[in-house]
Design a protein around this ligand. Structure first.
Ligand code: TYD
Length: 267
């Protein structure tokens, strides 16, 4: 059984990650892959309790190191209980936030630095790396505007629950933003930066294209990529043709796999 793909979504509060992860999951499902969707903090029974502790505004005065330790406790549990078993079973895992969030928020925002976060990731998470990270990062000004708008709404609606991060100031979010940018520049192979002021549909298009590219890369064998009919879609054809590949649609036999898209590298 080949190992599944591990895809994470990252971005500041109010960046639209949650909407995009739902749309990406639906897109994958329409193509025959039902992903395991999870989030951090949370995603397990233990994780939900850690989430409540870490995000509740009543946890005021939580030391930055405590906050980071909670995030890693949550993550270690999620890896053991949800992520590793799913990947081992060949499933695609979509995770709303992962260690990049800890590096951006605790490493950058709380100024603990990257080194300690990456070291803890090695020690507690077996250094598990996503195959692909989609980072939604509009300009700093737009990000701050959205985070502020979202914070006002959250405080008005909930008053207490989950509003601890929502009470942070612009300087904090500016540091989070800068750290995300740094991560994207450091690891361009893994992190696809989706920047600019884009509509929900435009962001979705870019996400789908990035995901299709990674899945194609996994499907390519030598000069040929054979992709089942479920995978024959515009995004894949477009991205292969940009690489100079020729695509054709063939019919083999009958049944669900009767349509096969054959992509060949042009001579
Ligand atoms: P999330 O539920 O993803 O909120 P949002 O919908 O705003 O993206 O995350 C909750 C908060 O937890 C968010 O403000 C970021 C913070 N966080 C950290 O500070 N460190 C971490 O490692 C993670 C996973 C989240």
């Amino acid at each position: 059984m080949p190992r599944g793909h591990f895809i994470t979504l990252e971005g500041l509060d109010g960046s639209g990650k949650t909407t995009q992860i739902k749309r990406l999951a639906a897109w994958l499902e329409r193509r025959g892959t039902v992903p395991v969707v999870t989030r951090q903090p949370g995603g397990t029974a233990t994780g939900d309790r850690i989430r409540a502790l870490a995000l509740d505004s009543r946890s005021a005065g939580l030391a930055p190191l405590t906050e980071m330790a909670l995030m890693f406790a949550d993550r270690a549990q999620a890896i053991a209980e949800v992520i590793e078993p799913a990947l081992a079973a060949g499933k695609t895992v979509l995770c709303d936030r992962f260690t990049d969030s800890t590096e951006a928020y605790q490493g950058g925002g709380r100024e603990l630095g990257s080194e300690i976060v990456l070291e803890l990731h090695r020690l507690l998470c077996g250094n598990l790396q996503p195959d692909l990270t989609l980072l939604l990062l509009p300009s700093l000004e737009a990000s701050l505007r959205r985070a502020r708008r979202r914070n006002e709404r959250a405080i008005a609606e909930s008053g207490t629950d989950e509003s601890r991060f929502e009470q942070e100031k612009d300087a904090f979010y500016s540091r989070v933003w800068a750290k995300y940018k740094e991560i994207a520049e450091r690891e361009p192979e893994r992190v696809v930066l989706i920047a600019g002021d884009l509509t929900i549909d435009e962001v979705h298009e870019q996400i789908v294209e990035a995901v299709a590219e990674r899945l194609i890369a996994a499907a390519i064998q030598g000069d040929v990529a054979l992709i089942g009919h479920g995978w024959f879609n515009r995004a894949i054809a477009q991205s292969l043709s940009r690489r100079g590949w020729r695509s054709s649609r063939r019919t083999f036999g009958s049944g669900p796999w009767s349509f096969i898209a054959l992509h060949e590298r042009k001579p």
